[in-house]
Ligand binder design. Structure first.
Ligand code: MG
Length: 275
């Protein structure tokens, strides 16, 4: 099944996407801690309140995750272009819920950073609590997949060896559009990113250095993962900052991240004035 978090007449609601209908989950305002896999498998649906699924106002698929874990340098082609060495352990960093944006929201380009880049990424939504979960049981704790654009302020990212200040700007990370449960998906999956209609990234989940079960198992060793937590699995090669000449995001640019079976997010960039 596919699920989403929307705003309807100003009210937040979680819905199941059923063809051209969006069917509210009874009494559930958004996907997250209140929508574990056990609920998503047998959701209580308010069919009498179904809405047309087109033109819904989409929120981040999980608007307020308890944790957002991001993986860096998880494809060989991206490691190569950044001229870094592969790591034996996943490179991990975090974002905040305030960093997220809806899958079709405009992305603000703040005035301070000078090098703003795209990163299309497969994103994992946790479905059941996980602590010290072995790799072979890790997928039992995954609700499904979605997509993200880990928009990165490169000049800020590389101010120090920690990346947080380049990765956690407000409303910089669109995520969605749907949470697609794993039973709807057959891997491998192909990820593509487009800037103004030109394909800039294409890779397969087969090429992940640390695959989804490994990431869930690894993170769960030190932190309890809860329903709604997100893991952004890393971006493939082709980022703009490492191109010659660089391809940086500017006012009016449109970025699309898509993956067959999972969906497509589409965001226009706009120059934000400092407040
Ligand atoms: Mg990334």
């Amino acid at each position: 099944m596919r699920f989403a978090s929307i705003l309807h007449d100003g009210a937040p609601m979680a819905v199941a996407i059923d063809g051209d209908q969006a069917v509210p989950l009874t009494g559930i305002a958004e996907l997250g801690t209140m929508t574990p896999l056990s609920l998503l498998r047998y959701p209580s649906l308010d069919r009498a309140s179904a809405l047309p699924s087109a033109d819904l106002l989409r929120r981040p698929v999980v608007p307020c995750p308890g944790k957002i874990i991001c993986v860096g340098l998880n494809y060989a082609a991206h490691i190569e272009e950044t001229k870094r060495e592969p790591s034996a352990y996943p490179v991990l960093f975090t974002k905040f819920a305030t960093t997220l944006a809806g899958p079709f929201d405009a992305i603000p380009l703040p005035p301070e950073p000078e090098a703003i880049d795209y990163e299309g990424e497969l994103t994992v939504v946790i479905g059941e609590r996980a602590r010290r979960v072995p790799r072979d049981r890790a997928l039992d704790h995954v609700a499904g997949y979605t997509l993200a654009n880990d928009v990165s302020m490169r000049d800020y990212q590389y101010k120090t060896h920690q990346w947080l200040q380049g990765k956690a700007w407000d409303a910089s990370t669109p995520v969605g559009p749907d949470l697609v449960t794993l039973d709807e998906i057959s891997e491998p999956l192909t990820l593509k990113t487009f800037v103004n209609g030109v394909k800039v990234q294409e890779s397969s989940t087969e090429l992940l250095i640390f695959d989804v079960p490994t990431l869930v198992s690894t993170v769960s060793e030190f932190a309890t993962l809860e329903p709604g937590d997100l893991i952004l699995t890393g971006t493939p090669g082709g980022v703009g900052f490492r191109r010659e000449p660089p391809l940086l995001l500017g006012d009016g640019d449109e970025v699309v991240v898509e993956m067959e079976q999972v969906g497509r997010i589409e965001n226009r960039c706009f120059a934000e004035r400092a407040r």
